[in-house]
Design a protein around this ligand. Structure first.
Ligand SMILES: [Zn+2]
Length: 277
């Protein structure tokens, strides 16, 4: 895989790699900075909520021979990440990880870089799976972020609150209760919060959304195992709501992202979490 660190002369991106949740005392590391010229200064920070190992059977049932050849060990490295964007007076979080009750470390890692959950003004949600919205809630189901407004797609909200999935997911129900007066829906394609463009990426879930922040693209769960799926985007994970649609979306989005020359930040990317195709 030929990934490289994101470098640009137009913005400052500081990639804070909070790489380990183990007790070995690893400290956050600032990996990259580059100077701004005639451009607003943004900072995008990657925060690893939890390192993960993904069993290869999550990709089984499709190209099995190739899968065994690529992953003879039967596992692939993965991760659960959130991203933090400082833009003007806004402090925007993208997804919120698993939550402390599921051993997520987002809050303590925000603390470690001097940011309180109360400082977050907006949270963009890629989709409603528990490893993306669990961190919005305490173990008692209360809001972790006291001052933040949530932003998610109208289609994602409808998927989980109308029809067959209505009331079936406790975390979604608790999130909508805890943030009852503090969420806003967008329609994919809308521009939200000072120039963030929302992009429909259906398949993983119906309302799964990517966010183009201008100088990088937050790609949510477009890829679950970056080491496997950049080379082989035809593999869909069992987590995908509609694997065939997810595959089509992944293949076409990766092509479009490659054409933009923008780096992408993925919720399941391993370090350095922000990569350029
Ligand atoms: Zn996920």
């Amino acid at each position: 895989m030929k990934n490289c660190f994101f470098k640009t002369a137009t913005i400052i991106i500081a990639t804070i790699i909070v790489a380990s949740c183990s007790s070995n005392g690893d400290k956050p590391v600032t990996a990259e900075t580059s100077e701004a010229e005639n451009h607003k200064i943004d900072t995008l920070i990657a925060i690893q909520d939890s390192p993960q190992q993904m069993p290869s059977y999550l990709f089984a049932g499709q190209y099995d021979e190739l899968l065994n050849e690529i992953l003879p060990e039967g596992t692939v490295e993965s991760s659960i990440n959130a991203f933090l964007l400082e833009r003007g007076d806004k402090m925007v979080l993208f997804d919120a990880g698993l939550g402390e009750s599921q051993n997520g470390h987002l809050r303590e890692k925000l603390d470690s870089i001097g940011i309180s959950t109360d400082d977050i003004t907006d949270i963009c949600i890629t989709h409603f799976h528990g490893d993306h919205i669990g961190g919005l809630l305490t173990a008692n189901g209360e809001a972790v972020f006291k001052n933040a407004k949530l932003h998610f797609s109208d289609l994602e909200l409808e998927t989980w609150t109308v029809g067959v999935f209505k009331d079936r997911d406790e975390t979604v129900k608790n999130m909508l209760t805890a943030y009852a007066n503090r969420y806003e829906t967008f329609h994919a394609g809308d521009t939200i919060i000072d120039g963030i463009v929302t992009i429909a990426a259906p398949g993983h879930t119906p309302g799964h959304t990517l966010f183009d922040i201008g100088d990088a693209i937050i790609v949510g769960d477009l890829l679950h195992a970056v080491d496997l799926q950049i080379e082989h985007p035809e593999f869909s994970a069992l987590y995908d709501f509609n694997p065939l649609e997810a595959r089509e979306t992944r293949i076409s989005m990766l092509e479009k992202i490659r054409d933009t020359h923008k780096p992408m930040a993925g919720m399941h990317f391993t370090a350095p979490f922000i990569i350029k195709l």
